[in-house]
Design a protein around this ligand. Structure first.
Ligand code: ADP
Ligand code: ASP
Ligand code: MG
Length: 428
């Protein structure tokens, strides 16, 4: 008997038909002799719809109430799924994040898990029931308020439960057949990857490939949870994310023995670029600026400091950050304008980030040349560049991002013969 955690994303439970289809899948897994814990996301795009609704009522939003609101989305799907399973002769009980023992810190909207005590889930599965848990939410240990883990956070709920319960596998069910060499909605000829190292998947997720929440990949790697990403609309085998570098990749017959140089292309439209113009070019100013931004609870990504114009004694510092944090970061910086001594702030949300990822990059010269050549031939101008050992990222104009993804994907020979199937979802 195996203990399986199955997570179903919003597109898999977007309507009553979807919920019934998922219920049948869960009942079948349970009937095959497994213990099953299910994590669900909110139906379809309902988290976005709740956000839109709140925006019609308040501009600033109250972080505590926003979490109360958003956590309701997952509660709707968990109860409906439990009903659908019970209708099919199964026996299921649903639990909110806090009932499932997901204890977090108190940072609303991006809470971090600090403890998982799934006593009620254990009791339910020992009794032979299917336990259904609302994803994306927890409860603050200090304030006892409801928190959410950040957009896409149900993946992390699933892995955290899988780790705490010692599950044999965590299956992430979505609207495509697995992890592809690029987002199939942007590059239709992207190919499915059979296995990917967690190192590469971390870079893909950090670069915006929303197929998996970044923190879920980090968590799975840390606790050695095997992840299987697959479609809830088909029975096809999906993509395995290998938790540790020591895990052996299953090499298929006829496949080359060395790993491919490039595993994929990721893109991200969720970031903005902020430039602090006219910063005094003296030691300590960068520390001051990033201290202020950190104080506004903002994660920053790429950073570029310009060479100071001769004789001016001033420089510009640009960085990218999530659009959702843009206003808070600007307000915090503007409040300290006189103290830091900068001239002004430029802010641009019309940017896109494109990243090329591959563990084989380390030992293969010429990757950067081919990458920049492909962008050049596609007429894409580059605004910022950053690299890691296994990744090159650039910031471009948002309007050219899709063209850039397809050009780089083709240049590295990643295009497949057939088009990938996208079963559902709106890509929102
Ligand atoms: P869910 O609702 O199941 O959580 P998401 O919308 O969060 O689904 O993630 C699935 C989507 O991720 C796919 O429909 C696809 O558009 C997108 N995606 C981005 N990059 C990739 C990739 N490399 N491989 C597969 N899908 C990707
Ligand atoms: N419903 C949440 C969101 O849309 C969490 C999730 O789907 O993982 O971000
Ligand atoms: Mg998701």
């Amino acid at each position: 008997m195996s203990l399986i955690v199955q997570k179903f994303g919003g597109s898999s439970v977007s309507d009553a038909e979807g919920i019934k289809r998922v219920a049948q899948r869960v009942v079948d897994t349970h009937a095959a002799g497994n213990e099953v814990v299910v994590v669900v996301s909110a139906m379809g795009d309902s988290t976005d719809e709740l956000l839109d609704l709140a925006a019609q009522i308040t501009s600033g939003g109250n972080a505590r109430e926003m979490d109360m609101l958003l956590s309701a989305g997952e509660r709707i799907s968990m109860a409906l799924l439990a009903m659908a399973i019970n209708e099919r002769g199964g026996s299921a009980q649903s639990f909110t994040g806090s009932q499932a023992g997901m204890i977090t810190d108190a940072i609303h909207g991006k809470a971090r898990i600090i403890d998982v005590s799934p006593h009620r889930i254990k009791t339910a599965i020992e009794k032979g029931d299917v336990a259904i848990v609302a994803g994306f939410q927890g409860m603050s240990r200090d304030s006892h308020d409801i928190t959410t883990l950040g957009r896409g956070g149900s993946d992390t709920t699933a892995v955290a439960l899988a780790a705490a319960l010692g599950a044999d596998v965590c299956e992430i069910y979505t609207d495509v057949d697995g992890i592809y060499t690029a987002d199939p909605r942007v590059a239709p000829t992207a190919q499915k990857i059979d296995t990917i190292s967690s190192e590469e998947m971390l870079e893909m997720a950090a670069s915006g490939a929303k197929i998996l929440h970044l923190r879920c990949v980090e968590y799975a790697r840390r606790f050695g949870v095997p992840l299987h990403v697959r479609s809830s609309f088909s029975q096809h085998e999906g993509t395995w994310v290998l938790p540790s570098p020591d895990d052996k990749i299953k090499i298929q017959e006829g496949e080359p023995l060395e790993q491919p140089i490039i595993s994929g292309v990721a893109h991200d439209r969720s970031e903005a670029k902020l430039t602090v113009v006219g910063v005094p070019d003296i030691p300590g100013k960068a520390a001051e600026i990033f201290g202020i931004v950190a104080g506004a609870n903002t994660n920053i990504d790429m950073i570029v400091q310009n060479v100071s114009t001769q004789g001016s004694g001033k420089t510009d510092i640009s960085f990218t950050l999530p659009i959702v944090d843009g206003q808070a970061a600007m307000a915090a910086l503007n409040a300290a304008k006189a103290e830091v001594g900068f001239d002004s702030i430029d802010y641009n949300e019309q940017i896109g980030k494109l990243s090329l990822i591959g563990a084989g990059m380390r030992s293969n010269p010429g990757v950067s040349h081919k990458f920049f050549e492909a962008l050049h031939l596609a007429g894409v101008n580059i605004d910022m560049i950053s690299t890691s050992e296994i990744r090159i990222s650039v910031v471009t104009d948002a309007a050219l991002l899709n063209t850039a993804v397809r050009a780089v994907h083709a240049a590295f020979g990643l295009d497949g013969e057939a088009e990938a199937t996208v079963y559902g979802g709106t890509g929102r």
